[in-house]
Design a protein around this ligand. Structure first.
Ligand code: ZN
Ligand code: ZN
Length: 525
């Protein structure tokens, strides 16, 4: 009987002894040395081995009881500390008071140092004496580990790079936006620039587009889009829809159909993700009777950096963006309508408060873009201006906090408007507007990227032609004969100039096939 009892007693002793020895390892691992030692001795003490080494049983019982209590205390402390670590950002000072915990904190230090080398504690308790300062550094540096994941998440968000390429497409717009693996193209230049834009995208490693945004249906924005639609995988096509009865528009519709794509006009106020960036549509806010005002406007945001695009929206549509209550505060404004005075109203500029503006237009363009008023207003607001007519393709890179550029801002402040009489000049862009020049012909002949123009000297006047066709109604005017071709209030908004009457008539027929009186009554009396 007694031997059976002895065996049971030994077994129980071994069992709990081993339990406590294992527990001691756990305590050591958690940095609790005293608790670990107590637990180890207690574990050892209750195994049958003890009897051979230990003191009289009365003393040993008291010692064991003490060891047991210390072990339990240590276990309780370690347990509660782990809780605290998880739930609160406990102040370093409190933690430091406990010897055992210093060890614990130090193990956190190494962890924190690896992940957050630049962290400097704000505590001032120890800063009074130099000695202590150095001494305390070790103890202060650890920030509660709880904060690390959050901070890192923030960091990653902020570090995400956004590239915005304002591609030089002569007179027109094409902007490539890249965020990581994601890309968006806003407009595609005119009919002659499709291939150029395609190659530009290819050089940037773009193979598919998350979004193709065609702000509106004017030829200088959608002309090259048929090429883009056939060469890239496109997930979403947005068009500021204002259907037109011309070749360029029909080509685009055909290309979409051929490639099995449909398009939509997003509602103002929608938000879309583009990699780590996102954009919100701010226009159009209603229906308009012209293509420019129907432009899709969008505010692209990457971290703290904002880029505003308004297509060719004119003052009326700009005002509607403000009335709708959109916050359009931004860092970079893609100047509306190629820097035209019909857009970029003071109201819009003061709501947007851009630090930078980018003007996309061609040197010596027939519209006189950018207009002097716009340049003056931007200059008065200390906005730094970049221009594709002077600088070729302009690239902005945002890290979420700061924006860097591939070139210095333009300092010329030279408007594209004629300051004297129109000169006879049949420049190519007029032919281009006709829309019957093929991609292959023009792609080579036209400007290369590095086209550095000295044509900042735009003072030699842009050159319209002798005849101007109103892009909206097809009427043919003789330049200089009527107010429609001037720069005053009665001036037409979208004139297209031609050197010869035949060319003007051909274009007019293209946009308005049926019209009785093609010639303006004022000019042809
Ligand atoms: Zn335009
Ligand atoms: Zn337009």
């Amino acid at each position: 009987m007694s031997s059976l009892f002895q065996v049971l007693k030994d077994l129980v002793g071994w069992f709990f002894g081993v339990c406590f020895i294992v527990l001691s390892l756990g305590l050591f691992f958690n940095g609790s040395i005293v608790g670990g030692i107590a637990s180890l001795l207690f574990g050892f003490g209750i195994t049958p081995l003890r009897s051979k080494l230990m003191l009289p049983s009365k003393v040993s019982f008291a010692v064991l009881a003490c060891l047991f209590l210390i072990s339990c205390g240590a276990v309780a402390k370690v347990g509660s500390e782990t809780e605290t670590e998880k739930s609160t950002a406990q102040s370093g000072a409190e933690v430091v008071q406990n010897t055992e915990n210093v060890l614990q904190t130090e193990s956190v230090v190494t962890q924190a140092e690896v992940e957050e080398p630049e962290t400097v504690s704000e505590k001032t308790d120890f800063e009074e004496t130099e000695q202590r300062e150095t001494e305390s550094k070790q103890e202060q540096e650890p920030k509660p580990p709880v904060d690390l994941p959050e901070e890192q998440a923030e960091k990653e968000e902020v570090d995400a790079e956004l590239q915005v390429h304002f591609i030089d497409v002569g007179q027109g717009d094409a902007t490539l936006v890249i965020s990581g693996e994601h890309a968006m193209l806003i407009d595609a230049g005119d009919d002659s620039k499709g291939t150029k834009v395609q190659l530009y995208l290819k050089n940037q490693g773009v193979e598919k587009l998350d979004y193709l945004v065609l702000t509106h249906t004017d030829a200088d924005h959608i002309g090259g889009a048929d090429v883009i639609v056939s060469k890239f995988d496109i997930a979403n096509v947005f068009i500021g829809d204002f259907p037109k009865d011309n070749t360029v528009y029909r080509d685009l519709m055909q290309a979409l159909k051929t490639n099995g794509l449909t398009y939509s006009m997003p509602k103002a106020g929608n938000t879309y993700a583009l990699g780590d960036a996102f954009f919100t549509t701010v226009a159009p806010n209603r229906e308009y009777d012209n293509a420019n005002n129907s432009s899709i406007g969008l505010l692209l945001q990457n971290g703290e950096n904002g880029f505003l695009f308004t297509g060719d929206a004119e003052e009326e549509a700009e005002q509607d963006i403000l009335t709708a209550g959109f916050d359009i505060d931004c860092d970079v404004l893609k100047a509306g309508h190629h820097g035209s005075r019909t857009s970029n109203s003071k109201a819009l500029l003061s709501a947007a408060t851009p630090a930078y503006a980018v003007i996309s237009c061609e040197a010596n363009n027939s519209y006189g873009h950018p207009h002097a008023e716009v340049l003056n207003n931007l200059r008065a607001m200390n906005v730094q201006v970049f221009r594709t007519d002077e600088q070729g393709s302009v690239v902005a890179v945002s890290d979420g906090k700061q924006i860097t550029w591939n070139c210095a801002p333009s300092e010329s402040w030279i408007p594209g408007e004629p300051t004297g009489s129109m000169q006879e000049d049949s420049d190519e862009e007029n032919n281009v507007t006709e829309g019957n020049v093929t991609e292959e012909n023009v792609a080579d002949e036209n400007d290369e990227e590095e086209q550095e123009t000295d044509s900042g000297q735009a003072s030699d006047l842009s050159a319209g032609g002798n005849y101007a066709v109103n892009d909206r109604n097809g009427k043919i005017h003789i330049v200089g004969e009527c107010t429609a071709t001037g720069t005053g209030d009665k001036a037409m908004i979208n004139p297209v100039y031609f050197a010869t009457y035949e060319e003007a008539e051909a274009y007019s027929i293209q946009i308005k096939p049926d019209m009785d009186k093609r010639r303006c009554g004022n000019c042809y009396k």
